[in-house]
Design a protein around this ligand. Structure first.
Ligand code: B12
Ligand code: SF4
Length: 426
């Protein structure tokens, strides 16, 4: 289920409208920005950008700049979203008036006031950088209940066809405590949370959430399914989840979808979700290979945790599926390993991360043995004490002696010989 309303843009649109301004959405992957510029004549353009879409916005921004030049209309160009958050160099690259990094709710509100007052001084606004005020003061919204309801007319006026999908998205909390290597959340936490005395997880109250869902159900029928877009909907069972499962089932009663981590698929959590009306969970495994999950992705999740969690969810009638992120390097190394194992004698050494491989090389060099070293470890930055694997192979005559010498080296945990004729594998 990939359909999801643009929550960030809808949130910001609501903030603009609450201050008496008008907004219009342009979806660059579907259309050019020019007709909207001519018709709507905006005073501000707010780009909401994921890094994957930088080129799309670069192209659109060229049209905007040309429009400004030709029309003489002074449009303020601001960029927000994950791209400027993590790559602030876009401020200069695009020649923007300002960028907003992280939460944009308060920042946009102040920016609107300043622009309305005719000022182009954007200094001192949290999360905001401009060419004249490149200092960055970070801020996160902590009181989620203080935010206005998302302005869904932004998307449904843009294309009423989307209404028919019948799925409405909600965010109940911002933040994620995990540190998966391929995700930007750990960087976010470093930038905005660590040492700043603000909570990592910021959740709205159950009552506020229920009230917004009711409002949306009434305004934008027919609603068939609710999608909770939180990075991780439940970390562990808590008072919020208990209250939610009671009230959501009673007052909303619509089937819903959410995202969980496979290591959070506990029986008590799943029971409360099922009781509330959860019908679909995405719990990404990211890779079917445990070593890849652990070493490359920093997701310590043994296979049993995933299998058992998925089985528990299904037993409770919840449809559960997983996403995967492609880790090509590992697959390539495995293919090479499979080929090597067919054609060579190998000495397989497992050793601690702080071990110096040159010690083994010296043994081979001293004995004039023809060898090659192949590293099948996939992450050089592993913590100390984790085991990595090396393959050393070619024709070795005095096998026992070599195994003995290598085994004695401090830091080596195990040594095994594989002969190509026997085609054995550890
Ligand atoms: C839902 C989602 C999607 C949906 C998009 C749905 C949609 N229509 O928005 C789908 C599934 C399509 C998707 C796809 C991808 N996603 Co995605 N996605 C998310 C997710 C989980 C939630 C987005 C959301 O609604 N957030 C809640 C709202 C309130 O926050 P927000 O959008 O960031 O907006 C706030 C601020 O950023 C700021 N702001 C935003 N825009 C603007 C504009 C202005 C002018 C201002 C002033 C402020 C401002 O103010 C808002 C309110 O505070 C985020 C993670 C996250 N927690 O945000 C990842 C995330 C955005 N996705 C990410 C990625 C990497 C991808 C993919 C590349 C994954 C992939 N490999 O395919 C694709 C890219 C798709 C593409 N465009 O090509 C990364 C982006 C990192 C980056 N550097 O850009 C994120 C941050 C995940 C992560 N933590 O790493 N994604
Ligand atoms: S659990 Fe999901 S949202 Fe959280 S850090 Fe990992 S990938 Fe990112």
């Amino acid at each position: 289920m990939f359909y999801a309303e643009p929550l960030g843009a809808m949130q910001l649109s609501a903030i603009c409208k609450a201050k008496g301004h008008q907004t219009k959405l342009v979806v660059l992957s579907r259309e050019s920005i020019l007709p909207a510029l001519k018709e709507f004549q905006p005073d501000i353009i707010g780009y909401s950008v994921m890094s994957a879409d930088e080129e799309l916005f670069e192209e659109a921004d060229l049209s905007v700049r040309k429009f400004i030049e030709d029309s003489g209309k002074p449009i303020i160009r601001i960029m927000g979203g994950p791209h400027p958050t993590y790559f602030p160099e876009v401020l200069e690259k695009f020649g923007l008036d300002a960028i907003v990094r992280g939460d944009g709710d308060n920042a946009l509100s102040v920016l609107l006031d300043r622009i309305e007052a005719g000022s182009k001084d954007f200094s001192g606004i949290p999360n905001t950088m401009s060419p004249d005020s490149p200092d960055f003061q970070s801020e996160v919204v902590t009181d989620m209940d203080s935010l206005p309801y998302n302005d869904r007319s932004l998307i449904y006026d843009y294309d009423p066809e989307f209404l028919k999908v019948g799925i409405r998205s909600f965010l109940t909390q911002r933040g994620c405590p995990y540190k998966c290597t391929y995700c930007f959340n750990h960087t976010f936490n470093e930038m905005f949370i660590k040492g700043k005395g603000v909570p990592l997880l910021r959740r709205c109250s159950v009552d506020r959430l229920i009230a917004e869902i009711k409002d949306v159900v009434a305004r934008y029928p027919v609603v068939r399914f609710i999608r909770f877009s939180d990075d991780v909907f439940v970390i562990r069972k808590d008072a919020w989840l208990e209250e939610f499962s009671e009230k959501y089932a009673k007052e909303i009663g619509l089937p819903f979808y959410c995202l969980l981590r496979p290591n959070g698929l506990h029986q008590d959590v799943l029971e409360l979700l099922a009781k509330a009306g959860c019908k679909s969970i995405c719990a990404s495994t990211e890779s079917g290979v445990e070593e890849v999950r652990r070493v490359v992705l920093k997701r310590k999740m043994p296979a049993e945790v995933i299998i058992d969690g998925f089985a528990r969810a299904r037993k409770l009638g919840i449809n559960i599926h997983a996403n995967s992120i492609g880790v090509v390097v590992v697959i390539l190394r495995r293919i090479r390993f499979t080929k090597d194992i067919k054609n060579n004698n190998m000495l397989i050494v497992k050793y601690s991360n702080n071990f110096d491989i040159d010690k083994i090389k010296n043994i081979f060099n001293k004995k004039n043995i023809d060898y090659e070293v192949r590293n099948i470890n996939i992450d050089k930055d592993m913590k100390n004490n984790e085991i990595v694997y090396y393959l050393i192979y070619k024709n070795i005559n005095n096998f026992e002696k070599i195994v003995n010498d290598v085994s004695k080296l401090s830091g080596v945990n195990s040594v095994k010989l594989l002969h190509s004729e026997t085609n054995l594998f550890i």
